[in-house]
Design a protein around this ligand. Structure first.
Ligand SMILES: Nc1ncnc2c1ncn2[C@@H]1O[C@H](COP(=O)(O)OP(=O)(O)OP(=O)(O)O)[C@@H](O)[C@H]1O
Ligand SMILES: [Mg+2]
Length: 366
């Protein structure tokens, strides 16, 4: 097993900042899109500098696995050439990640920690250690007299990671870090310093990622099994409109005004219900868990939603009404700047699609 040196894909949500003369660009690659964000310093304040998105044609990446490294390299190269980008932080799809927590004796050396974790991989993840790449993070102690270390481990199939690193390298970009997408999202949407327990749900175009973050640590991730594009498709077929018009209807009318069109409302509700059921399953499961000390884990106090489909009108109200827990749309800029100081060009509707890229670009944040 070879760890990827200096390209930690598992770090605290707020890692120790690196000091670079130019802040690195956050690049979020998903199955059908690349989003990038670059901040800059303006008189000592962080402001949004450049940003953008590109469509990735079908077949280049499927469920987070790169199928065509050359095609992705070309897209990244265009991005590099157009914006003269050099240093980047990028994310890895959570579909391919395995997370687990384990305990190791306190007295072991750094080198031995790796060996011990490697030894434990087989009992925790369904891939062979010989084809796995892992990273770990030592968690804060529960109590002073604790005699062991709690360690959070993230594992990826080696070939999944290599294809991402190859695409960046071949495009001439310098990859400073790779991390799980959910971790970048958490860095964008959870207020820095907030040690609470939250479920974060990213409603994207091709997938819905669910994660639970507690005390600054990404503790759980899952990808929900909801039919791709289900909401948009229901509107497009029902009202014979384009996907742009469908987005508009989704965002403006959503679960509220479509009540007048019984058939469409029923179809949208069916999709919303299926999201709710999946979320509820994970919410209930979390509540039954105990930590390494046998104590109940902290309960989830709020669900934060992001991703383009979180725009669905009436969605947070529907979820919180049926789950009986606060649900809110993210402020994806909460750790970037205050709206009193800077108003970004990206409007609120579009901002949800940039959540991951924002979190990645914030890796350099002090
Ligand atoms: N203003 C908007 N901008 C972009 N997408 C929007 C907007 N309003 C609604 N959407 C919907 O959000 C979805 C795109 O979400 P998002 O940009 O988060 O996806 P993605 O990150 O490209 O895909 P993935 O699911 O692979 O992460 C589309 O289904 C689109 O219809
Ligand atoms: Mg996405």
């Amino acid at each position: 097993m070879q760890p990827i040196k200096n390209k930690s894909f598992f770090a605290r949500i707020f890692p120790t900042p690196k000091f670079l003369t130019t802040p690195a660009v956050g690049i979020d690659i998903s199955d059908n899109s690349v989003h990038f964000i670059e901040f800059k310093d303006k008189h000592g304040d962080r402001v949004l500098n450049r940003y953008g998105s590109y469509v990735i044609p079908n077949g280049v990446i499927s469920k987070g696995e790169i199928q065509n490294v050359e095609a992705l390299t070309d897209i990244l190269k265009k991005l590099k050439d157009k914006y003269n980008i050099d240093f980047v932080h990028a994310s890895l799809p959570e579909e391919k990640a395995y997370l687990f927590k384990t305990q190791i004796p306190e007295s072991v050396s750094d080198k031995d920690i790796r060996n011990i974790i490697e030894f434990k991989l087989e009992e925790h993840v369904p891939i062979s250690p010989s084809v796995a790449v892992f990273d770990y993070e030592i968690l804060p102690k529960h109590e002073d007299k604790q005699k062991h270390l709690d360690v959070a481990v993230a594992v990826y199939p080696k070939q999944t990671i290599t294809k991402y690193t190859d695409a960046f390298k071949n495009a001439g970009l310098t990859l400073l870090s790779l991390e799980i997408e959910a971790q970048a999202i958490a860095r964008a949407v959870i207020t820095k310093g907030d040690k609470g327990t939250y479920m974060v749900v990213d409603f994207g175009k091709t997938k819905t990622g669910l994660s639970i973050v507690s005390n600054d640590v990404l503790s759980f991730t899952s990808t929900l099994e909801v039919e791709e594009g289900a909401l948009t498709n229901a509107i497009m077929t029902n009202l014979s409109v384009s996907s742009e018009e469908a987005d508009h209807i989704k965002n403006e009318e959503g679960l509220i005004k479509t009540k007048d069109n019984k058939k469409l409302f029923t179809e949208l509700m069916k999709v919303a219900e299926s999201f709710k059921d999946d979320i509820n399953k994970h919410y209930r499961y979390w509540a039954t868990r105990t930590n390494e000390m046998g104590d109940r884990v902290d309960p989830i106090s709020k669900i934060i939603i992001c991703g383009g489909n979180s725009n669905l009108a009436g969605f947070p109200e529907f979820l919180s009404g049926s789950l009986k827990i606060p649900v809110e749309r993210a402020n994806v800029w909460v750790n970037a700047f205050s709206f009193d100081d800077f108003i970004p060009e990206i409007d609120r509707f579009n901002s949800f699609s940039y959540t991951t890229a924002i979190g990645l670009a914030l890796r350099d944040a002090v």
